[in-house]
Design a protein. Structure first.
Ligand SMILES: Cc1cc2nc3c(=O)[nH]c(=O)nc-3n(C[C@H](O)[C@H](O)[C@H](O)COP(=O)(O)OP(=O)(O)OC[C@H]3O[C@@H](n4cnc5c(N)ncnc54)[C@H](O)[C@@H]3O)c2cc1C
Length: 340
């Protein structure tokens, strides 16, 4: 067995594997950079971002302004669309060369798959879906914090010996920092070998029926099991449309097939942030509310005054949603007309 403490000492720096798909850098990369800057108060190290894909050069400067000291850019036409097999291979080569002590990826479908393959190749640990990160000093061990036991407790997981310490972080769990256009950093174009034989090839990329967007209004209207039916869902959709809000949902709504999985909020869905969260027919189970912790104001409509969501909400409407939501829609429309 190699001396693991010696092995750990060879590794230095924090690396973020940036996810880039369909010509866009995932906003989660900026959140990871915000988190890395926080960790760097203790680590005092180089923060690097890896950008792989055709057209990624365009994002190098914005990564630096958001906190990266180094950006590794692999910008070639053959690197898009995103292939998990190719990305794993390139990241593996880069990690062996750069030896970061910490490697972070966003908890997205692609990056989680890449992270698992990479951790297996690197023979290191991996914690998926972290919602918080911290550093233990003086050991420089990454404290990887995530909900466990169906959300009943928060577990702190660490990987004291193997390197790099790897974690995927839930989009929406961290905040990006304000960009500084005067920050400077290094842009490196590493020479890496593309795999000569691929086991998979991408024939076609089919977009999700409802890709998650971020409403400019900062408002999310979310539907729970209380909407009861597709018709109830249409009512919630109408409220969201007249508020210029994004739609979200609890797991039972997704399981019913009333909305696409990309809209699921909570432990096994996504975390959201913004100004106002309107929960319609949602009880407020912890597996759901863990995903709305970064919403500024929660408004809940529920006919059961003992529903836990009403304890969390700044404003609660105890009413049948089939009566309350049409009234709200009328009010919003009248106010828009008066405003004009
Ligand atoms: C490992 C694990 C992971 C999970 N991950 C997630 C996740 O990511 N996201 C998630 O959401 N859940 C998740 N769940 C499920 C979670 O535990 C809850 O079951 C779920 O959040 C409940 O959804 P709900 O509030 O829509 O339904 P319910 O709990 O059934 O609540 C429905 C609410 O609607 C109200 N209501 C009913 N009719 C009306 C009406 N006409 N007008 C007004 N109010 C009405 C009721 O009073 C009730 O409070 C997970 C569970 C497990 C075990």
């Amino acid at each position: 067995m190699p001396d693991q403490s010696l092995r750990a000492r060879e590794y230095e720096g924090l690396m973020i594997a940036g996810e880039y798909a369909e010509g866009q850098l995932s906003p989660a990369v900026y959140e990871l950079l915000g988190s890395a800057r926080e960790l760097n108060r203790k680590l005092q190290t180089d923060i690097a971002v890896v950008l792989i894909g055709s057209g990624t050069s365009a994002y190098a400067a914005s990564c630096i302004s958001h906190g990266a000291d180094t950006v590794y850019v692999l910008d070639q036409p053959g690197l898009s669309p995103l292939s998990e097999e190719v990305h794993t291979e390139l990241l593996h080569q880069l990690v062996l060369e750069a030896k970061p002590e910490i490697l972070l990826l966003p908890s997205t479908i692609h990056s989680k798959s890449i992270a698992a393959r990479l951790a297996a190749r690197l023979n290191t640990g991996l914690t998926a879906d972290c919602t918080e990160l911290d550093i233990d000093l003086p050991s420089r061990v990454l404290l990887q914090i995530r909900p466990a036991r169906e959300g009943a407790l928060m577990a702190t997981i660490c990987c004291p010996e193997a390197r790099p310490q790897m974690a995927t972080v839930r989009p929406g769990a961290m905040s990006p920092c304000e960009p500084d256009p005067y920050r400077t950093g290094r842009i490196i174009h590493p020479q890496l070998q593309l795999p000569s034989v691929l086991r998979t090839s991408i024939l076609e990329v089919i977009k999700s029926r409802e890709a998650p967007g971020s409403a400019a209004s900062g408002i999310i209207v979310a539907a729970g099991r209380g909407v009861c039916s597709k018709e109830g869902m249409e009512l919630v959709r109408e409220l969201a449309a007249c508020l210029g809000a994004e739609l979200g949902a609890t797991r039972p709504v997704i399981d019913q097939g009333w909305l696409d999985y990309s809209r699921q909020i909570g432990l096994t869905g996504r975390n959201v942030s913004g100004r106002i969260y309107i929960a319609v027919g949602i009880s407020g189970a912890v597996q759901h509310t863990v995903g709305i912790r970064r919403m500024d104001t929660v408004i809940a409509i529920n006919r059961d005054r003992t529903a836990p969501i009403l304890g969390l909400a700044a404003h609660g409407i105890v009413a049948d949603l089939f009566e309350a939501v049409p009234l709200l829609i009328d009010q919003v429309r009248q106010n828009i007309t008066v405003g004009r």
